[in-house]
Ligand binder design. Structure first.
Ligand code: GDP
Length: 329
């Protein structure tokens, strides 16, 4: 019988790539979707008709428990979160409830129902925050510097407590930045790929950017969701950092994106001090060796391939005038 995978946050970037992977593997994929997010299901494009959605208010423990009792999932991927980190300052309590509250409600439902469900918690490199050593492993000290990171850390510990106290098969993937043509445009990679594409097509002529020396460990979302799945197939539940292990600057990103379309970035890009963030940390870089050793996981898509796919897809998308590129890599 096909395994059932339950996904929260299915309408986001990772939800798309994970659903696609699990459907290819023959899973019955069920998205737990809050009623007010139903309209976002169109973002799943061609996958929409292949998966099941179950409308649930994720702030209600009884609704989550009832859904899990009905669905009896073999695996849960808890991806739901407001993803844009700076926004968490505007609503710290809402961020905490969505991230930590949902994780706790799902873990408690698993425990109370006595399910043997395997649980994946989407954690984030933001839990390292003001890092004390680089690169990071799952054993590096956690020192988050914003409400998003603090909420992700609380959810991480709640998951660890359920694993240690109740013996649940639960684990965290501490993921570094992961991108794709489905990344929302407020993130710098998509902002840059859209700008390079639009400038190439003569639709605009400038790009304002923040700190060109900012650095990130950028990987491809499709590679990172493969690591999520592998974590739940392992013999024992363990936590992993998932990233490429390579740092690139925003300057590298801009130069690579403009180079793909044969443009000299220096002619089009201007630095805007209002876009420079205070209190940034630029040594967030993964040591993914444990994932390679235990799970056989390695990123398949290089930084250059990722950026060029994003730019070329945005050119197609701008030419076609569609909002979300359908069936993109
Ligand atoms: P984050 O790592 O989740 O905050 O992802 P972002 O894509 O928003 O930001 C990645 C890095 O790019 C951060 O260090 C930003 O400060 C830096 N950055 C530089 N210029 C920009 C910009 O114009 N927009 C955004 N979003 N980030 C920028």
């Amino acid at each position: 019988m096909a395994k059932t995978a339950l996904i929260t946050g299915i309408t986001g970037q990772d939800g798309y790539y994970l659903s696609r992977l699990l459907l290819e593997k023959g899973y019955r994929v069920v998205g737990l979707v809050p009623p007010d997010r139903q309209h976002s299901l169109t973002k799943l494009n061609e996958l929409k008709d292949q998966l099941t959605t179950y409308l649930v208010d994720l702030t209600r423990a009884d609704a989550i428990t009832q859904a899990m009792d009905v669905l009896q999932p073999d695996e849960i991927y808890n991806l739901a979160a407001p993803s844009f980190v700076p926004d968490s300052w505007k609503d710290p309590l809402g961020t905490l409830d969505l991230i930590t509250g949902t994780a706790t409600r799902m873990l408690e439902a698993t425990r109370q129902l006595g399910l043997r469900t395997r649980f994946y918690q989407a954690s984030s490199s933001e839990i390292f925050g003001q890092v004390c050593s680089s690169p990071q492993t799952a054993e590096t000290a956690f020192r988050p510097t914003n409400p998003y990171g603090a909420a992700k850390l609380h959810a991480h510990w709640t998951m660890v407590h359920h694993r240690e106290r109740y013996g649940l098969f639960a684990c965290s993937g501490i993921l570094y930045n992961h991108e794709s043509p489905r990344r929302p445009p407020q993130f710098v990679t998509r902002k840059v790929s859209l700008a390079a594409a639009a400038i190439k097509l003569g639709l605009r002529d400038r790009l304002s950017i923040g700190n060109l020396e900012a650095k990130r460990d950028w990987g491809f979302a499709g590679d990172h969701v493969e690591a999520m799945w592998r974590m739940l197939q392992a013999e024992t539940p363990e936590d992993y950092v998932i990233g490429t292990g390579k740092l690139h600057t925003v300057r590298d990103l801009v130069a690579t994106a403009f180079d793909c379309v044969g443009l000299d970035w220096q002619k089009y890009v201007e630095s805007d001090p209002h876009l420079v963030r205070a209190d940034e940390h630029f040594q967030l870089v993964a040591d993914p060796s444990k994932a390679k050793r235990n799970l056989g996981w390695e990123p398949q898509v290089s930084f250059e391939e990722l950026v060029s796919t994003m730019v070329l897809t945005d050119i197609k998308y701008l030419e076609a005038g569609t909002l979300v590129p359908a069936g993109v890599a």
